[in-house]
Design a protein around this ligand. Structure first.
Ligand SMILES: O=C(CNCc1ccccc1)Nc1scc(-c2ccccc2)c1C(=O)NCc1ccccc1
Length: 326
């Protein structure tokens, strides 16, 4: 049975985390993304003008899936599209001999401009893979039958290399016990329900945060507008139309954000929520918590995930998420 681990290296401000992946004879840095289900990469089929500074998948090692194509658009209107190959993919020693690899023939500027990232490795459910005419499986679904345990874990860190494991839980990565919650995979996401929340040392938890997804591909923590408002009221932040979101002082006094999941309270340190100066050297920071307006559910992105050890587990049949303090 297979199992393995791979580093997750943070970009500036932990905007994304990138991991080394071997596809055929190419080595690329991919953004592991539990919020989408396509493994796509810059390739020899990507226009040179769009792939300056990127490592590229050389599709000559793959077997083309004739007539297959893919096209994906994310909530920020970024996206990519292209052709599909079957090729060998190795992640941290775990090998998928015939993995659908989506070679990009067109890519939006936000991906072309981010030269650290050579593509995405989707880890959401394969039900939202965009390949047509026949949907393909994610890397995790492809290797799942060969894994020691049908699960993967994510241990992201603020400003430091974290890791993903496949097939085993690294018990040295967390403290205390793991709290498991049921996952509703009907929309293709790792979706769970979060409970009450509190700000700073207040212990009076309020309201209920509600339906949420665990999304390594999204940088920030998107919460109901009322919860974001309550947080920034205590944090001395404000909604800044020009910045397109909440900002707050970078001065190190941002309160923690506490949220109950499965009856256990998890703490997001205030230092994660003073996310990044709005312009280099500014004393005003863009907030790591933002309103989920227009999204329809909460996104527990990297700002939350780097505060916990997360276990994405389908070993029990029904999918579940495990969270532990780290
Ligand atoms: O799309 C994802 C997961 N992939 C994130 C990603 C990774 C690399 C490059 C681009 C995007 N997650 C989800 S689930 C639902 C949304 C969403 C967000 C805003 C409006 C509507 C839907 C998103 C998403 O787009 N996340 C990325 C993102 C970018 C900008 C602002 C918010 C979120």
């Amino acid at each position: 049975a297979q199992s393995g681990t791979v580093a997750a290296d943070p970009q500036q401000y932990d905007q994304a985390y990138l991991s080394p992946v071997t596809i055929g004879n190419s080595q690329l840095m991919l953004d592991f993304d539990t919020g989408s289900a396509d493994l796509w990469a810059f390739s020899n089929e990507t226009p040179a003008s769009e792939s300056v500074g990127h490592a590229k998948y050389d599709s000559s090692t793959g077997t083309e899936l004739q007539g297959y194509s893919w096209s994906i658009t994310y909530g920020d209107q970024s996206g990519a599209a292209g052709n599909v190959y079957a090729d060998k993919v190795v992640v941290g020693g775990v090998t998928a001999t015939k993995q659908a690899v989506e070679a990009a023939t067109s890519i939006s500027t936000s991906f072309s401009d981010n030269t650290d990232s050579d593509g995405l490795l989707g880890l959401a459910f394969s039900s939202i893979n965009t390949v047509t005419p026949k949907q393909q499986t994610t890397f995790f679904d492809t290797v799942k039958p060969t894994l020691a345990k049908a699960l993967f874990t994510c241990d992201l860190k603020q400003g430091n290399a974290g890791s993903y494991t496949f097939g085993y839980i690294d018990t040295s990565k967390y403290t205390g016990s793991v709290t498991y919650v049921p996952v509703d995979d009907s929309q293709g996401f790792w979706s769970f329900t979060a409970g009450g929340y509190s700000v700073g040392s207040d212990n009076a938890t309020s309201g209920s945060v509600g339906v949420s997804i665990a999304d390594t591909g999204t940088s920030l923590l998107y919460l109901p507008a009322a919860v974001a408002k309550a947080y920034y009221a205590k944090a001395g932040g404000k909604f800044d139309n020009q910045q397109g979101g909440y900002t707050l002082p970078c001065n190190g006094n941002a309160p923690d954000f506490n949220v109950a999941i499965g009856g256990k309270t998890f703490v997001v340190p205030g230092s994660y929520i003073a996310y990044a100066p709005i312009t280099s050297g500014s004393q005003t920071c863009f907030g790591g918590i933002q309103a989920n307006t227009g999204i329809g559910f909460n996104i527990f992105g990297d700002v939350f995930l780097k505060a916990v050890y997360a276990i994405f587990d389908v070993s029990q049949g029904a999918p579940r998420l495990g969270f532990a303090a780290q």
